[in-house]
Design a protein around this ligand. Structure first.
Ligand SMILES: Nc1ncnc2c1ncn2[C@@H]1O[C@H](COP(=O)(O)OP(=O)(O)O)[C@@H](O)[C@H]1O
Ligand SMILES: O=P(O)(O)OC[C@H]1O[C@](O)(COP(=O)(O)O)[C@@H](O)[C@@H]1O
Length: 305
């Protein structure tokens, strides 16, 4: 199909280009991967050595490279394209945006995002049931989203059980008028229970002000976040203890469980359609350099996690 005779999978992210063998992606191998969570190729952080990667592309005679991943991956793809252009190779580089955080602005929705939002509903439902079952119950759910609160926000809108959604894009504070504690107290007095959803990147600055800041990074250079959900939960408990108001807070962190589930029906429909766009670009006869420039324009000039 499409005149492509051999498709190679690179295992373990960028370093897989030069540190691992490739695996052939035949129709048989990929037949039912959409029914599994995770990735059959594996992922990694760090390990982007542009020169070694392009050497490997050149040595293996690869002429189309499809790079699937988030904003870091797309920055890496742009650098690879630059090196390919510098060497004058006839190789197409195409970036395929894939991120649970949905933080690649050029597309409205990354494949997998719908699945994550749907799975988050299960955690929110549990938080709601738990909070309703006890006096002054608070269900507190932490979701992924380093710098973008898309999962938290969409899960909140879909659920309709959430009273408060905290996202990195919208700063907030804890104490005093207009603060989170005041809102919780009001809500509990009115309804007797409530649900809070928080994206992992929200309120990081509050935590940093309060305890020694964690300035560690992962191998890709992403800031390692503190568990702000757990920290705020404790602050809420301490606050109401001081005010002698009994509350029952249940903290739920389903983050990795959400990332690990197989894609839902809507993502299974959406995902091939994105891939089709890539193939259509080739059918239309767009040159490698044009495609790469297009992808570069589309996918690389933005910041965030
Ligand atoms: N500016 C960059 N230049 C080259 N490679 C990068 C750049 N930023 C990230 N990468 C590489 O891209 C890969 C994925 O990045 P990471 O931030 O871990 O995930 P994501 O693609 O999901 O944002 C890593 O191998 C990382 O080293
Ligand atoms: O597996 P790890 O390294 O703990 O990654 C967790 C992070 O990965 C993500 O799922 C996606 O982030 P990236 O786009 O940087 O890969 C974040 O929401 C989360 O903070």
């Amino acid at each position: 199909m499409y005149g492509v005779h051999k498709v190679l999978g690179i295992e373990g992210g960028y370093r897989g280009f030069y540190a691992r063998n490739t695996i052939p992606l035949t129709p048989k191998v990929v037949n039912d991967i959409h029914k599994r969570g995770g990735t059959i190729l594996g992922s990694s952080r760090g390990g982007h050595d542009t020169s070694k990667i392009v050497d490997s592309i050149q040595d293996r005679g690869i002429n189309q490279v499809y790079i699937i991943g988030g904003d870091g991956t797309q920055k890496g793809a742009s650098v690879i394209f630059e090196e390919i252009r510098r060497r004058g190779l006839k190789v197409v580089v195409a970036g395929i945006p894939k991120t649970i955080d949905n933080d690649i602005p050029v597309i409205d929705k990354s494949f997998g995002f719908d699945t994550a939002v749907e799975e988050a509903q299960r955690a929110i439902n549990a938080a709601h049931v738990e909070s309703e079952s006890i006096e002054n119950g608070i269900g507190f759910v932490k979701l992924m989203g380093r710098y973008s609160g898309f999962i938290a926000m969409h899960a909140t809108l879909a659920s309709r059980d959430v009273d408060c959604c905290l996202i990195p894009e919208s700063p907030f504070y804890l104490e005093g008028p207009g603060g989170l504690f005041e809102f919780i107290e009001k809500r509990l007095k009115e309804h007797g229970h409530m649900v809070i959803v928080m994206a992992e990147g929200a309120g990081q600055e509050l935590l940093s002000e309060s305890i020694h800041a964690n300035d560690q990074q992962d191998a890709s250079g992403n800031k390692l976040l503190n568990d702000v959900g757990l920290w705020i939960s404790q602050r809420i408990k301490d606050h109401f203890k001081k005010r002698k108001m009994a509350i029952n807070l249940k903290y739920i962190d389903p983050t990795y469980m959400i990332r690990a589930v197989p894609s839902n029906a809507s993502d299974n429909v959406y995902s091939p359609s994105l891939h089709t766009v890539q193939f259509m670009v080739q059918w239309q006869g767009i040159q490698a350099s044009q495609l790469a420039l297009l992808m570069e324009d589309m996918l690389t000039y933005h910041s965030g996690g």
